[in-house]
Design a protein around this ligand. Structure first.
Ligand SMILES: NC(=O)c1ccc[n+]([C@@H]2O[C@H](COP(=O)([O-])OP(=O)(O)OC[C@H]3O[C@@H](n4cnc5c(N)ncnc54)[C@H](OP(=O)(O)O)[C@@H]3O)[C@@H](O)[C@H]2O)c1
Length: 247
């Protein structure tokens, strides 16, 4: 199911829609951000948004050619974007900040092959282990871990794992000319890493970062995504979340 249900128009060549898009913000920062499985709609959408915010992005894939084609697409979409494509392991090795945007089922094998490359790095887990049962999206058990975020932290204890962006729809992310709305809840055991991801969130116009504490909160973020998918189906919409009542 899962991932393709998130975003049915996944492989649409977006460049032709957004060829004239120019980033509102252009403040290139140090270091690259890698997107493992960045050829899918969620990784691509995030990469487009961060490229538009002035970050240098690296698209990872199981196939270097596919990654390069998506990097070309990003450069064609966002004027001045710096984007490179390569195999997942190379992407994980060259970037200090690594976003995991693969299907949940692909996580264990990627983590076991990339453990050394991810050690000490900021690893942003976007994975939602969701399955469609009948007409209802549900969270699937994930290899004994309570959530994808916890699985990643357990697999690579030295990584600074933060779960975030799990409630943002790929369709909205890819619509790079339209500002996003709502909150991005970030959680992880390392407060510095959380703050770093919160800063990244704030580089995307109109998004607010909300810091939850430990990585255990990832399981609730993932459950919220299952709810949003059920709402999307019910209302033919692309929903996201906003938290009320914060100071
Ligand atoms: N789509 C959404 O709206 C959305 C929203 C929130 C969170 N998420 C989460 O973000 C992640 C990515 O979502 P997506 O919709 O972009 O997923 P996807 O299109 O199914 O997969 C992303 C990429 O992962 C690679 N991949 C697929 N199967 C694999 C396997 N068995 N082993 C290794 N790599 C594999 C593919 O890249 P290559 O073929 O190029 O290697 C694919 O392009 C998922 O965990 C999803 O739950 C998605």
């Amino acid at each position: 199911m899962a991932a393709s249900e998130h975003a049915p128009t996944l492989r649409v060549p977006i460049a032709r829609h957004f060829a004239a898009f120019r980033p509102a913000v252009s403040s290139a920062s140090v270091g690259e951000i890698a997107f493992i499985g960045g050829t899918g709609p969620e990784g691509l959408g995030l990469a487009l948004r961060f490229a538009a915010a002035g970050e240098r992005v690296v698209i990872g894939s199981r196939t270097a050619d596919r990654a390069s084609a998506v990097a070309d697409q990003i450069r064609a979409t966002v004027a001045g974007a710096e984007a490179h494509g390569c195999e997942n392991l190379e992407a994980a090795a060259r970037a200090d900040r690594v976003f995991l945007t693969v299907p949940a089922a692909a996580l264990p094998s990627f983590l076991s092959s990339a453990r050394e490359r991810l050690g000490g790095k900021l690893v942003v887990d976007v994975v939602v282990p969701v399955v469609l049962r009948g007409r209802v999206f549900e969270i699937a058990p994930l290899f004994g871990a309570g959530s994808a975020g916890e699985l990643v932290q357990q697999a690579v204890p030295s990584a600074r794992v933060v779960s975030a962006f799990k409630n943002l729809s790929a369709e909205r992310l890819k619509d790079v000319g339209t500002p996003l709305e709502g909150d991005v809840v970030v959680c992880g055991n390392d407060p510095t890493a959380r703050a770093e991801v919160a800063r990244l969130v704030r580089t995307l116009p109109q998004l607010r970062a909300v810091e939850a504490d430990g990585i255990v909160n990832a399981r609730y973020l993932e459950a919220i995504t299952a709810l949003l998918l059920n709402l999307n189906r019910r209302y033919h919409a692309q929903t996201s979340i906003a938290v009320l009542g914060l100071p």
